[in-house]
Design a protein around this ligand. Structure first.
Ligand SMILES: [Zn+2]
Length: 359
């Protein structure tokens, strides 16, 4: 989530570890893929044609389940924004693709950033402190990319990985790197308001959008071909409902970005019961429907939230405050969030369901 003026160096990683279990967790299926070695073979093949083979994702994750594309490349050279599909999921001058994890908790557990193809470390920076969710611009001026690694691949290709954790980079300049090799970890260094890795891709010095294979500035549109391997299952999504949860009070956006986990229980005397949902790429004209179903099966509260403007990130919630002298009825509360949107291919909906117990 930054505009990299000058390419820097490549980054490193850790595997996504799925830890906490919780009542809402069964809804998410985490698949940890296995790094396949066969290094010399891979390098030889990549010397022939990298795009034909396809790049790996910079994270070992399942898109839409434990990682999400948060911003695409901006193809428009003016102040207008045009993402890979000519939509608004970018910001002015954004030169990469941002792959986000769910929250800072996931980041703290350690998420390795991995080389998208075999190559050699060209340069790196590993001396920028991590920042919080709100960073004054002057604190990161000239260091928008934060800690980063640049890897030179075959045939003039180069990849850059930004916002790595301070001290997480585990490669050195000149190191040969295998495809999928961890180079550092997601951090929050540089200009970033969400835990993610920013990936920039260049061919002979020209920025290329890996989502559609087009040189940046030569026209947006998904008519192009993704440069990622088919198995990455990367597809353009105008909007992604990526998380939902319960809380005993109204959470702020920063609360959700820090920790999107629902607590194991909500106390009977909690000040409120709140159900929230969060979206990457909120799209004007879409509608987020939020419902809490009480333990007796009756609707507890429901709300339809009209999305009236495009936003990179958006949350909404419903809930009730506890009345004085009363306690919440015990049992399992279920939250259902459905994002309704209209795309060129018709109407679409995405749903997340989460439950929490009040003992
Ligand atoms: Zn970025």
């Amino acid at each position: 989530m930054f505009s990299d003026r000058a390419p820097k160096s490549p980054a490193a990683i850790k595997p996504l570890r799925n830890t906490r279990s919780g009542i809402y967790r069964p809804l998410r299926v985490f698949v940890i893929s296995v790094f396949l070695g066969a290094l010399p073979l891979v390098i030889n093949a990549e010397e022939r044609s990298l795009p034909a083979i396809g790049f790996d994702l910079p994270l070992k994750c399942k898109l839409g389940q434990n990682c999400w594309v948060m911003n695409y490349v901006d193809h428009d050279s003016s102040s207008v924004v045009a993402d890979s599909a000519c939509g608004p999921r970018s910001y002015d001058g954004h030169k990469g693709t941002d792959f986000a994890v769910r929250d800072m908790q996931a980041m703290r557990r350690g998420v390795y950033v991995r080389a998208i193809a075999a190559g050699t470390v060209r340069r790196l920076r590993n001396n920028v402190n991590g920042h919080g969710l709100k960073i004054p611009a002057d604190q990161v001026q000239g260091k928008e990319c934060g800690n980063d690694v640049v890897i030179r691949h075959a045939d003039g290709w180069e990849s850059q990985y930004c916002h790595l954790g301070l001290g997480s980079i585990r490669v050195k300049r000149g190191d040969p790197i295998a495809r999928g090799e961890p180079i550092g970890q997601i951090g929050m260094s540089g200009r970033t308001a969400f835990p993610h890795v920013h990936l920039s891709l260049r061919k002979d010095g020209q920025l290329v959008d890996p989502a559609n294979g087009r040189p940046v500035g030569k026209g947006c549109g998904i008519g192009g071909k993704s440069l990622f391997k088919k198995s990455s299952k990367i597809r353009y999504h105008r909007s992604r409902l990526y998380a939902a949860g319960f809380a005993p009070s109204v959470p702020t956006g920063s609360d959700i970005k820090r920790d999107a986990e629902t607590p194991p229980l909500i106390a009977r005397d909690a000040p409120a019961v709140v159900f929230w949902a969060a979206i990457f790429g909120a799209a004007k004209g879409s509608r987020l429907q939020l419902t809490i179903i009480a333990p007796d099966g009756k609707k507890f509260w429901t709300r339809d939230v009209a999305i009236t403007r495009n936003q990179a990130w958006r949350m909404a919630y419903i809930g009730r405050k506890r009345k004085a002298g009363r306690r919440w009825p015990s049992g399992r509360y279920r939250g259902v969030a459905t994002l309704h949107s209209t795309t060129a291919k018709g109407k679409k909906s995405q749903t997340q369901q989460i439950s929490v117990d009040i003992p």
